[in-house]
Design a protein around this ligand. Structure first.
Ligand SMILES: Cc1cc2nc3c(=O)[nH]c(=O)nc-3n(C[C@H](O)[C@H](O)[C@H](O)COP(=O)(O)O)c2cc1C
Ligand code: SF4
Length: 529
């Protein structure tokens, strides 16, 4: 079951140059080396078409909203085949951005600026080294847990807290933790999902870069609670800096664990960047990529808590979920129920101060937009409270609290808590065109409703933009969206349909005007196809 060959094949494959990867000879030699059939190797290779060597240009919504059109000029020195459009690079507050050889660049009217070490904003305390972390009582909770080994009590706390995951789905954490801890299997994994790919979401990167020790401590405790003997922190392919920061923090921490005499009681830890795309952040697609396969979602059941990574029970949690858990556990000895937890919210799009901000969990959207973002709600047409996956709200809903139930009561979803603001001047058809193009590009194609549906919705908005769509096309798309909602294997197909249905709910008039050849915002019908 422990299939090391494919994982090693994929690792070697994706570190090769793009030219190599297209070569049948290269794939064939690699297949032989790792004991794979050629057809199997080619099947895997055809999924991973990106390359370390290319310049990645971000086309995600936050970057396209900030695009001045100058990006291509700035990148003109590169031949087309060395440029690759990608959907999110995880630096959305500095939009528009590009990535090359492990470095990020901002592409603006002032030229190309390398985004070296970031000023993270006052909300994030940067913990410089292990000494500072220990001075802040770092690893105290871990050591105390190791002494008490009060697994059941901690599990009960997770249940009492009603903690829900911050990776996008908002699934109750306790259910998964309980299931994995109940398994009698000897081998169990904790998979930390740091494959952050939702356009507008970059909080996990900042959290890992500013305080890597905290994630190490949170992951170690979580693994011990559920009885996992191996932790894998799986980072997005481009997060080289976060990987280096975590690895260096882990090395230093090992010395500390050794001197404290607890090193032998701790699970193994692997910190790795995983090749892939937006879909790779979906938990089962992430496991497939780590196993060296095509990063496509698995059919469920069985759930990862029963049969997960390499066939073993696996707890999968998002970076911020684990950090939130640790924060609450630290306060558990106090009366934690009276202390509100805090959450990192991302804010991008048409606001004065885009960024990642820490607010009391459940703060009103208005606080994020005006107090942190420096913008007026009245200047906005729409807010996307959960990136591209959480649906659409209008600015009239600025009183919505940024937590799962309140956003749901307004008909949308919180997702990762990453808000994209859309100004009054924008054309919703143009915005939706960018959104549905994203879903079409990122659909892995495994299931039919999503494979065809994302294509149809993307074409609809492209056609509306050019005055070539009819009312019947919109009606047909509604039926398709219904099938996508019911029949997609994973959340990507549903998110695409949901965004379309929400655009109709709030902005049908704008869509209809495009059918009659008018763009109320004077944005569309400008460019020839
Ligand atoms: C298309 C898609 C992309 C996803 N991307 C991420 C991601 O980048 N990071 C993440 O933690 N969860 C992502 N998820 C959610 C995961 O599948 C899973 O629910 C999550 O990692 C579980 O952790 P949590 O319970 O702590 O939220 C994605 C889901 C879908 C459908
Ligand atoms: S819904 Fe889309 S992304 Fe998800 S499995 Fe189906 S085709 Fe792939």
């Amino acid at each position: 079951m422990y299939n090391g060959h494919k994982a090693e094949f994929l690792e070697e494959l994706t570190s090769g140059s793009n030219e190599d990867r297209k070569s049948k000879d290269f794939i064939s030699k690699l297949a032989e080396k790792h004991g794979l059939r050629l057809s199997e190797a080619e099947n895997i290779a055809s999924f991973y078409t990106h390359s370390e060597g290319k310049v990645k240009v971000c086309r995600g919504l936050p970057c396209s909203l900030k695009s001045t059109g100058i990006e291509r000029e700035l990148l003109a020195k590169y031949p087309d085949e060395e440029l690759e459009d990608v959907s999110c690079l995880g630096y959305c507050d500095k939009a528009p951005v590009a990535w090359s050889q492990g470095k990020y660049y901002q592409l603006g009217n002032g030229g190309t600026k390398e985004l070296e070490k970031q000023p993270y904003g006052s909300d994030f305390r940067e913990v410089k080294d292990l000494k500072e972390f220990l001075e802040l009582n770092g690893y105290e909770t871990l050591i105390s847990f190791l002494k008490k080994n009060n697994r059941d009590e901690v599990l009960q706390m997770v249940n009492d807290l009603n903690l829900r995951g911050f990776g996008g789905a908002g699934f109750p954490v306790y259910i998964k933790w309980k299931a994995v801890s109940a398994s009698n299997e000897q081998k169990k994994f904790l998979l930390v999902n740091a494959h952050e790919g939702e356009p507008g979401t970059f909080k996990d990167r900042i959290l890992m870069e500013t305080n890597p020790y905290e994630l190490l401590e949170a992951s170690l405790i979580a693994a011990l609670v559920v009885g996992a003997d191996e932790i894998i922190i799986a980072l997005k392919h481009e997060y080289l800096q976060a990987e280096n920061t975590l690895k260096s923090a882990f090395e230093k921490s090992m010395d500390f664990f050794h001197s404290s005499g607890v090193d032998t009681a701790l699970p193994k830890m692997r910190i790795m960047r995983v090749p892939g795309y937006y879909i790779t952040g979906e938990e089962s697609a992430l496991m497939e990529a780590i196993e060296g396969k095509r990063s496509e979602p698995r059919l469920r059941p069985p759930y990862p808590a029963e049969i997960g990574l390499f066939g073993k029970p696996t707890l999968i949690d998002n970076v911020e979920t684990l950090l939130y858990f640790l924060g609450r556990l630290r306060e558990y000895s106090k009366d934690w129920s009276k202390i509100p937890g805090t959450k990192s919210y991302c804010l991008t799009g048409d606001v004065k101060n885009p960024g990642a901000y820490i607010l009391p969990y459940g703060s009103p959207a208005l606080d994020l937009i005006s107090k942190k973002g420096g913008s007026n709600l009245s200047d906005l047409k729409a807010i996307l409270p959960g990136g591209l996956s959480g649906g659409i709200l209008t600015s009239a809903e600025g009183n919505v609290k940024l937590e799962f139930d309140s956003i749901k009561a307004h008909g949308a979803g919180m997702g990762t808590g990453s808000m994209i603001a859309i100004s009054k001047d924008r054309c919703m058809v143009d915005v939706m065109d960018s959104i549905e193009e994203f879903f079409e590009r990122e659909s892995c194609g495994k299931c039919m409703p999503c494979r065809y549906g994302t294509k149809e919705l993307s074409s609809l908005f492209e056609n509306l933009k050019h005055g070539e769509a009819t009312g019947k096309d919109i009606e047909n798309a509604k039926r398709t969206a219904d099938v996508m909602m019911k029949g997609s294997i994973c959340g990507l197909g549903q998110a695409s349909a949901r965004m379309f249905l929400d655009s109709l709910k709030y902005f049908q008039e704008e869509l209809d005007e495009h059918v009659s050849g008018k763009c109320p915002s004077n944005v569309c019908f400008q460019e020839a196809r």
